[in-house]
Design a protein around this ligand. Structure first.
Ligand code: TNX
Length: 514
């Protein structure tokens, strides 16, 4: 038995159209929402649907505009944007501010879909934006136009109440080993936003390149940005381009976390300004993929003046609360010098009003509990971070590294930590991964994509997709609601989206792509 849906254009006529049954509980939503209740009917999205948006706060309107642009891209429907008052009784899609704080979670939203309306409620624009992604995922890829005089996109009815289980859900891109253009980064951000990521960590500097313009130290990019792994021309972002990226991410309610990796991974900067160098060798531009050979001279005051100015400029362009200072694999720095360095740099970051994030090694220093450790390899370091009261971001290389090959035949990637097939990437939990990192200390999950073996969007997408889609669900959906069998079916149904977005995903044979 089908359901009857009424065309929004024909509301005065009693004429209805019969569709196959719809089931909100069977929708291919990723991440899977916390609560879904299906009512077995359909809302007909068509050329007469209007979009009603609360005008206070003003950001709601931008979120509405975003939805209307995305609906136009899929359906060619140009939905007019209207204020909610006083038209509340009309049919259409409504985005409204809820006075209720919805689980006290700024990203929470509620969706009520009936035959006549789609009502999205959120307490914050951020919550509304996450809910908009759910609406986008519910729009079928093709109109059911064999049954009506004009195309209609039937959307299943029911109620969704949703919020993320982890506050920090990030993806990292290494633009230092190989440089990625602003447009390539934006394309990645588009897909991350669709799956409700809220953090984009950009690894801006490393031995092979310095990718962010610093006006008080111009040679960093002029000299340090010239090359990349393999010896191709590198590149860098001007401050204007970086700000453009930050704004683009912000429009998607994604916070940019910039990383200046130090005191190791600093060869490119030391080539530009040899007075920073601490390993006694005359530095030259490096185009290989070794790690752990560079360091700054951590006992030189000049080095901290430099860092203060670099972070000072970065902070003026970075509205988000975090500055990532790297701190990993400083094998050429003596232990005491490393500890001294991290403590000094933490003070500089705090002085600029930001929270410091560093790779798990920073826990070996006497860092403050306000800083954040990113666990990637050493559970011992992570345990030390927990002991010192720090929050931890979960990026275990064996599970969450997007640069690990799927299997030995993978075209790109490394395998020093593991091979990570699509199911293995999904079947773990950031909150129970390590008995040494209790849940209360876990801020979130991040999937780093190191770029030794990739240099363009196509190669990036081969490694990131589909695994990054699974990490989105690991960060959002509570453990007890996750299951590989169920997830892999929803993943297979992402294909039309991936194709439409021209994403060169890896078609793993462990997923039944239909
Ligand atoms: C380890 S992960 C690194 C990176 C490499 C990566 C390659 C981390 C904090 N450091 O410098 O790019 O392995 O997988």
């Amino acid at each position: 038995l089908g359901v009857t849906i009424h065309l929004s254009c024909n509301q005065k006529e009693e004429k209805g159209i019969t569709y196959p049954p719809t089931d909100l509980e069977q929708a291919a939503l990723i991440p899977k929402p916390v609560h879904v209740e299906a009512t077995g009917d359909a809302f007909g999205l068509d050329k007469n649907t209007k979009l009603f948006i609360d005008t206070d706060p003003v950001e709601f309107r931008e979120v509405g505009r975003f939805l209307s642009e995305k609906i136009a891209a899929v359906t060619s429907l140009e939905l007019p944007l209207k204020p909610t008052e006083p038209l509340i009784s009309e049919r259409g899609i409504f985005i409204m501010k809820s006075e209720d704080t919805l689980y006290d979670n700024p990203e929470a939203y509620k969706l009520k879909i009936s035959r006549d309306s789609i009502l999205l409620e959120a307490h914050t624009p951020e919550g509304a934006f996450r809910g908009v992604q759910t609406i986008r995922q519910l729009i079928p890829n093709f109109a059911n136009d064999t049954l009506a005089e004009h195309p209609i996109w039937p959307i299943p009815t029911g109620v969704i109440k949703d919020k993320p289980s982890l506050a920090y859900r990030g993806a990292m891109l290494d633009v230092a080993r190989h440089f990625f253009s602003v447009d390539e980064v934006k394309k990645y951000i588009d897909a991350l936003a669709y799956y409700k990521y809220n953090i984009f960590h950009i690894h801006l500097t490393d031995d092979q390149g310095w990718r962010i313009e610093i006006k008080s130290w111009p040679k960093l990019t002029e000299v340090g940005g010239q090359t990349e792994v393999g010896g191709e021309a590198g590149g860098f972002y001007t401050q204007e381009e970086y700000v453009d990226l930050v704004n683009y991410a912000a429009k998607h309610y994604i916070t940019v976390v910039p990383e200046i990796d130090m005191p190791g991974h600093t060869n490119a900067a030391s080539v530009a300004y040899p007075e920073l160098n601490g390993n006694g060798k005359k530095p030259e531009l490096y185009e290989g993929t070794k790690v752990g050979f560079s360091t700054w001279d951590t006992r030189k005051e000049k080095v901290y003046e430099f860092i203060d100015e670099v972070i000072g400029e970065l902070v003026t362009m970075t509205p988000g609360p975090y500055i990532h200072i790297g701190g990993d694999e400083s094998h050429a720095t003596k232990k005491n010098d490393y500890v001294y360095f991290i403590e000094k740099v933490e003070k500089i970051v705090e002085k600029h009003g930001k929270t410091m994030i560093g790779w798990d090694e920073i826990a070996t220093a006497n860092v403050s509990k306000n800083s954040i450790a990113q666990f990637w390899a050493s559970e011992e370091n992570a345990a030390e971070a927990v002991k010192k009261g720090l929050k931890v971001i979960m990026s275990p290389a064996k599970k969450a590294y997007l640069d690990m090959q799927y299997d030995p035949s993978s075209k790109h990637g490394l395998h020093w930590a593991a091979y990570i097939p699509v199911d293995s990437a999904y079947t773990w939990s950031p909150v129970t991964y390590s008995s040494k990192i209790p849940r209360e200390h876990i801020l979130g999950i991040e999937a780093p994509l190191w770029s030794e073996t990739i240099s363009n969007s196509e190669e990036l997408e081969y490694l990131a997709f589909p695994r990054a889609i699974g990490y989105a669900e690991l960060g959002w959906t509570p453990d007890e609601k996750r299951d590989w069998e169920d997830y892999s079916k929803r993943l297979a149904r992402q294909l039309p989206y991936l194709q439409r977005m021209n994403i060169a995903y890896y078609p793993s044979s462990r997923v039944d792509w239909e």
